[in-house]
Design a binder for this molecule. Structure first.
Ligand code: CP
Ligand code: NVA
Length: 309
């Protein structure tokens, strides 16, 4: 069971303040170094992570499961298909039971409301492993990756090209907490919905009709699939609507000279990103994917043990 400190969840990026995020980034760096130098670090010995997946995953499952093992604990995988979660058991009941048998829970699901109902009935910390609205662990990894390559993200400009989806919403929240700017360009009809993104204001992002304008002078250019999980019925329409929102080498040329390219993955070369960009020298997508492991280990350490160093 969790210790007696107040339960802290990570359901949205802005559940952590700047001070807490800086702590998590510093710990991620230290934890990454321990891992890279084969030094055992088992602060979560005997702790159990339950991972609930209602949508597919490669990176999120792997990074949480491997990460928990590397911290000395164990991880249990549940999905909707072969647990009672897919047979109509109320989320509140599932939360009561699962949180009595584990120390921390990660959930990947559809509406944010589901994870909120779960956490309201949970005795242990709950982490958002992606909802329709947000993907906070992804942006933790992305910003950690930016810091590793370029230093502080404060005052920098991130260009978001494509769908104003869960990953975009999370960038917008992160910009408010960590004080940087996001230039967003979406096709008409797919613009940012500030309420859905749960923003404090609109002074950390700007919308551009032309994706080239959004990318101009950006320190980081990033994108994501045109059709997110759960929206497959719109796929054909989206392929048409997003055709001009591909990050290609012309777009990278208008960005800052040393701009980075990121993509949360999985990617579709020839759709949202050209192959020569994602496989090119400005792309840091493999570091970005690997860093999911390190930041989530730091996150679990913080949610379970607080600021230990
Ligand atoms: N980026 C990401 O969350 O990947 P998975 O869907 O593979 O977990
Ligand atoms: N926006 C994508 C991210 C996948 C990691 C989705 O929700 O499917």
């Amino acid at each position: 069971m969790a210790n007696n400190m107040a339960i802290k969840h990570f359901l949205q990026f802005n559940d952590l303040n700047r001070d807490e995020l800086e702590h998590v980034f510093a710990r991620a760096s230290w934890i990454k170094n321990q891992f890279k130098t084969y030094q055992q670090y088992w602060p979560l010995q005997d702790r159990t992570l339950v991972m609930i997946f209602e949508k597919a995953s490669t990176r999120t499952r792997l990074s949480f499961e491997a990460g928990m093992h590397q911290l000395g604990g164990s991880a249990i995988y549940l999905n909707t298909r072969d647990s009672q979660l897919g047979r109509g058991e109320p989320v509140e009941d599932a939360a009561q039971v699962i949180s009595r048998m584990s120390d921390i829970v990660m959930i990947r699901t559809f509406e944010q409301e589901i994870i909120e109902r779960f956490s309201a009935n949970s005795r242990v910390p709950v982490i958002n492993g992606l909802t329709n609205e947000y993907h906070p662990c992804q942006i933790l990894a992305d910003i950690f990756t930016f810091i590793e390559h370029r230093g502080s993200i404060q005052g920098k400009t991130v260009a978001w090209i494509g769908d104003s989806n869960n990953v975009c919403n999370t960038w917008l929240q992160a910009a408010e907490v960590l004080d940087f700017n996001v230039h967003v360009s979406t096709p008409p009809g797919y613009e940012v919905e500030p309420e859905r993104a749960n923003l404090y204001g609109n002074d950390h992002y700007e919308e551009f009709a032309d994706p080239m304008e959004a990318a101009k002078d950006a320190d980081l250019v990033t994108t994501d699939v045109w059709t997110s999980m759960g929206f497959e019925a719109e796929n054909e329409e989206r392929m048409r609507d997003f055709a001009d929102w591909q990050v290609d080498s012309d777009m990278m040329r208008v960005a800052a000279k040393n701009a980075l390219f990121m993509h949360c993955l999985p990617a579709h070369r020839g759709e949202e990103v050209a192959a020569d960009v994602i496989d090119g020298t400005q792309s840091v997508v493999w570091d970005e994917a690997e860093n999911r492991l390190h930041v989530q280990k730091a996150l679990m350490e913080y949610l379970l043990l607080g600021k230990i160093k």
